[in-house]
Design a protein around this ligand. Sequence first.
Ligand SMILES: *Cc1c(COP(=O)(O)O)cnc(C)c1O
Length: 375
Amino acid sequence: MTIGGLREAVTRVQPYVPGKTIEEVKRTLGLKEIIKLGSNENPYGPFPESVRAMTEELKNLNRYPDVSFERIKGLLGDLQGLPSQCFALSHGAEGMLQTMGKCFIEPGDEVVLPAATYSLYLEITRLMGGVPVPVPLAEGFRADPEAILRAIGPKTKLIWLANPNNPTGTACDVRALERLIRSLPREVWLILDEAYAEFADAALLPDRRHLIEEGCNVIAIRTFSKAWGLAGARLGYAMARPEMVTVIDTVSEPFNANRVALAGAQAALVEGRPSYEKALATILADRAWLAAELARRGCCVVPSQTNFLFFETPYSASELSQALLERGVIVRSCEGWGFDRAIRVSIGTTEETRRFASLFGDVLDDFRKGVRHHG
Ligand SMILES: *Cc1c(COP(=O)(O)O)cnc(C)c1O
């Protein structure tokens, strides 16, 4: 039975489909050991320093968080080289993306985004009654700032841009992106989702600090879910000029970060730095190893600026990912983004990465022999 009374836009929103969970796969396939490489989490988190601080903070959970967020904003300021008034917090980057929708999108507004990107942008746009304007990717599976600029029309209000992009793992041309940001009309804002920035070559990312200081219409979004190993704690933040931060804080829910997440993030930023650096270095080394391994097996691997690899195979991605699942490995088929033969795999622990390469090799051999290949 349909439910009456809903906003029309609500009826058009599709539920977000997260990667499969370990619990779900164990239950449905009766497997004992699962390697989860479908959600780009950090296999080395939470860092022990975060766990200690979060455990310690539990006894304060009867109290609301201190919403000045003074301590974390000071630490983020040091990290990013911006004054603490340039930061707003949220429950995960997702929470900030939702707030962006509320800040900018009115029914009928056009919202520009790359054709293959993080699916939540489309759903937030629809929820707010906006009209998505997808722009095809450029060569090399990269978002195309010049084409995005050309797609801006009189009705455009917002641009969603994940840089590096998910699912393709690529950063777009940095000069073209900076030109796009500097050319934005006064009424158009660009939401720069940098969920994977820590894994990228810094020279390939725009100078967000300068762009914000210049007063550009850009809001950069970061998260503790990926590089900082705290996906389950839900903490994200935005960087923007102070006037915009005030607007974000007004539109956000009043207590937009929880005590445990804050304690974990603060500890990661201070005592946890060596753990973080070590995890990052290991993930980058394993990413290079796996890219070479997949290429050796005949896959076309797109150079990654993230903690995952996007690669094209000779076979159907949904069939390959199903065969992997039956061996206990969770990856993302990129069919839903229109890449019928592409897979996205997160970089797990070194051991998981080696195991994945070996199991994937077996699966490819089976497909090559025609065991699973249907046309
Ligand atoms: C994972 C991801 C997010 C979500 O991050 P949370 O902080 O866990 O909400 C946002 N944007 C992109 C592009 C992502 O891949």
